[in-house]
Ligand binder design. Structure first.
Ligand SMILES: CC(C)=CCC/C(C)=C/CC/C(C)=C/C=C/C(C)=C/C=C/C=C(C)/C=C/C=C(C)/C=C/C=C(C)/C=C/CC(C)(C)O
Ligand code: SAM
Length: 375
């Protein structure tokens, strides 16, 4: 450990020296590394500006317009209600970020990342939502010290806070339930492709929102019965959704508070999708305990959510969700290892992690309800 400390002190003294930085940026063997590091730092410095370019594109519906085909600057300037100069500035900014692609004759097409936006409306919903996130992160030091004045996310997520979830009435759950439904479309297939429900009979989705995940599961597996449990005002929306989707014969929504009310006990698999990470440890452990109690021995618990220390996506768990959940006032992204320990503490065993297609969006941990004799 002391050797590592000494090495880090030496390395950081060298790296922070302006003379070394100048040398490394000129010497042919170190130049590519120096440029990559400088760019990485610049992108962190400028991240908010890039986000706002994307926000302007989303607000002006640019990607939908370009999904009709390439357009000339004058056409875009009209449709975006921007002067030609302003439209050109936005389009060039978007092109530099691969959201848009420039073509001859001052024409513009969707870029590779803009095309991905068109296929995933949930991302645009998150971009719009970030207006609220950035309000709360305006003074990150005050946020860390618990002195932030802005509380947009605390008000938005009606199930967090001293008077929650009793205050989560129909008016207050609509906003977050729609956002979760839109963004759930990004992950439901990844989860259902990673774990087959073929051999299960009945799936209970705890804190399942308006049922978007269960609708995907029920449509994929016609033999499956599905039950959703969420706060009463949210469960009402889910029941209406099941009826609209023609699934009412095998999909039911039950209203209640996971921390106070018993969960339905018919299921052989219980899922917690994007639920544990927005609760502090004690509450998250109670959610797991409730889910575990709802299963018979041998039943399966499935936890799907973004996790900390995901290889290649470390900033998403620790920086993005770390600060997002701090502003929200509850929860943290956990590592699969931390979840493993929490699951074992609730009469669950055979904990295993399954690979999903896009682990940065969600990872998957499964466990089995152990038989009483083993506990
Ligand atoms: C064909 C040719 C020419 C080339 C081939 C090259 C090739 C293979 C290109 C690939 C192109 C392609 C298919 C791209 C696909 C891109 C995709 C699918 C991108 C997806 C991006 C997803 C994003 C950015 C998701 C963002 C999600 C966010 C920000 C979620 C936030 C969630 C929150 C805040 C949740 C809150 C819930 C709470 C409260 C924490 O519980
Ligand atoms: C982040 S959302 C996730 C919704 C859904 N699972 C998804 O991934 O789209 C968390 C959900 O937990 C529900 N919830 C929070 N606290 C709850 C409680 N004590 N009892 C029941 N549901 C609760 C909320 O109403 C909300 O629908």
């Amino acid at each position: 450990m002391r050797v590592l400390d000494r090495w880090l002190a030496l390395r950081n003294r060298v790296l922070s020296n302006p003379g070394f930085q100048r040398w490394a940026a000129s010497f042919p063997l170190t130049r590519p590394i120096a440029q990559r590091r400088a760019r990485a730092l610049f992108d962190i410095v400028a991240g908010f500006v890039y986000s706002q370019v994307l926000f302007a594109c989303v607000r002006l519906d640019l990607f939908t317009i370009l999904s009709e085909g390439p357009r000339r600057l004058d056409e875009l300037s009209d449709r975006l209600a921007l002067s030609p100069e302003a439209a050109r500035r936005l389009l060039r900014a978007a092109a530099s970020l691969r959201l848009v692609q420039t073509l001859d004759g001052e024409r513009y097409a969707l870029g590779t990342l803009g095309a991905a936006m068109v296929g995933n409306p949930g991302i645009a919903a998150m971009v719009e939502h970030h207006r609220m996130v950035y309000e709360d992160l305006g003074d990150p030091v005050a946020l860390l010290r618990g002195e932030a004045r802005s509380r947009s996310l605390k008000d938005y997520w009606a199930y967090v806070g001293a008077d929650a979830p009793a205050s989560a009435d129909s008016d207050r759950v609509g906003g977050y339930t729609n956002l979760m439904s839109e963004s759930q479309q990004l992950i439901a297939d990844d989860v259902l492709d990673a774990y087959s429900l073929k051999s299960h009979r009945c799936l209970l989705d705890v804190a399942g929102g308006d049922g978007t995940f269960l609708v995907s599961a029920a449509k994929r597996w016609p033999h499956l019965r599905v039950i959703l449990f969420d706060l009463p005002a949210v469960a009402e929306r889910a029941q209406a959704r099941f009826e609209r989707e023609g699934l009412a014969d095998r999909a039911t929504a039950v209203g209640g508070d996971v921390l106070r009310d018993p969960l339905p006990e018919e299921a052989d698999i219980v899922s917690l999708v994007r639920v544990l990470h927005d609760h502090d440890d004690a509450q998250a452990q109670s959610f797991i305990a409730a889910a575990s109690r709802a299963l018979r021995p041998g039943g399966t618990l499935m936890v799907a959510e973004p996790m900390a220390e995901t290889p290649g996506a470390e900033p998403i768990g620790d920086a993005y969700f770390g600060f997002y959940l701090l502003a929200m006032g509850s929860g943290r992204a956990r590592t699969p290892r931390e979840l493993d320990a929490m699951l074992r503490a609730a009469d669950l065993d055979r904990v295993r992690q399954l690979t999903t297609r896009r682990p940065f969006l969600t990872q998957l941990v499964l466990a089995r309800r152990s038989s009483g004799a083993e506990v």
